[in-house]
Write a protein that binds this ligand. Sequence first.
Ligand code: 5GP
Length: 211
Amino acid sequence: MAKEGILIVFSGFSGAGKGTIMKELLKRYPETYALSVSATTRSPRPGETEGIEYFFKTREEFEKMIEKEELIEYARYVENYYGTPKAYVEEQLLAGKDVILEIEIQGALNIKKMFPQALLLFVTTWDGKTLKERLLGRGTETLDVVQARLLRAGEESQGMENYDYLVVNEDLGRTVEQVHSIICSEHMRVSRNTEFIHHIREDLNNFLKGD
Ligand code: 5GP
């Protein structure tokens, strides 16, 4: 079966639980997945650490990264820049890990254009009310930012059809296992296993010839 890692894009509305799902997925399957750490110009939230959640950059530093083509993709989201550093992703894919990009929809669509083989997952809650409650409950954003993020969720909902799979995050443990099983199935997709198909064909031919 295919040994090369799959590039996975994980998007979803702000407050749908992307970060928590990713943390738990990596905790359960540390050998399987690598989570790309993005660069951003947004300020760290309480408890966020440089190099763990994000590489926190000034606007000038971020623009320099764009200039030097150090990012695979980048986007503006609610007044800030976010982007995916190239080197780590390439390295981990070659090492056979499934690399996850937790990014918003513009970035996701750019990745799909550049890497048509990428697997795109979208996570949501059942309804908008839950989303708002979770964003307010987080207590880390001002009411204005919460409103802006909900507005953005409305815009992002227009692009959900571009994704391959949709996951509703109701129960963390269940969602994590659903995400893992989607990715496991993706590894078995026929189009990802052409090398194996050639190998088994040749092996059978040799076997039938009596080699
Ligand atoms: P937050 O500020 O809540 O951490 O992230 C805001 C949004 O930016 C989320 O939808 C998150 O997935 C997205 N995001 C984080 N990193 C990147 C990135 O490198 N590129 C893009 N395009 N979006 C990102």
